[in-house]
Design a protein around this ligand. Sequence first.
Ligand code: GRG
Length: 294
Amino acid sequence: MQFEQQYGVYLSDIEKTLEGFLPIADEPWPANGVPQNLSQAMRYSLLAGGKRLRPILLLASYRSKKDDFEVSLPFAAAIEMIHTYSLIHDDLPAMDNDDLRRGKPSNHKAFGEAMAILSGDALLNLAFETMAESNHPYALKAIRQIASRTGARGMIAGQVGDISMEGKAPDESMLCYIHQHKTADLIAAAVLAGLALAGSDEESMDIGKKFGYHLGLAFQIHDDLSDILGSETSMGKRVNKDKEIGKMTWPSLHGIKESQTAADFHLKTAVQSAEMFGEQGQFLMELAQHTFKN
Ligand code: GRG
């Protein structure tokens, strides 16, 4: 199957799976269900589109080892729930204060700050509930890969670094810390959870780790560059904001040209890692390249 066609299959499976796991409430306070306004706020952000990069990475990483990728769909949905919760919270006035996300008013603009906090919390819990309810024999291994990279030592640590460094003098090692944890940890978690579910050996996990981290770093540098070079329409969010708020970014430390070189280096290293999976790594290689086409 051609890359675009396979991407379309994964995307449509993910959208259906997300819809299937999301609560729908047709009355305000269902006795044993989710309050209607909470359900609406969760659905608003989770079904707002997005590239679905992380769930597709999870499915494709599983698929690089085993064919029956459908068994990994609950985990793919879970990683997108975690990603979406992080975006909802990141957009809050107390964090990045963004009014626009995925081309629509951000969650707190549509539902208010309290509901944005609570719907983010609810998506995070739903992610772990979804994975815990899977009876896949390697569910716990996949949950560990995800939990260890999204919590206080992972994505949340990166976000704390990002916020704490606003307005501070550029610092190379702190910037690497922020990029690794804020962005690359979740991307690597998706790859490693997919591989773990497929029962991959140590060698494959190491290759997956390298692939995920380099892809994640390329992704964040590219995102930093897009804030300077991109448009609000193409990004679906506000641009030219990092400089305004004194955010520590790759271009702020190294300039645009060097940032492009660094992003190219990380992308190339990611692609070379996926190549080590042989023919089965083809989709991952193409996915990495496709991510930077726009
Ligand atoms: C609030 C705990 C917590 C963490 C927030 C996700 C995040 C960490 C911050 C968002 C800001 C940011 C620039 C993160 C870097 C990763 C990034 C570019 C996220 C956006 O991901 P895309 O482009 O978005 O894959 P879509 O909408 O396509 O899913």
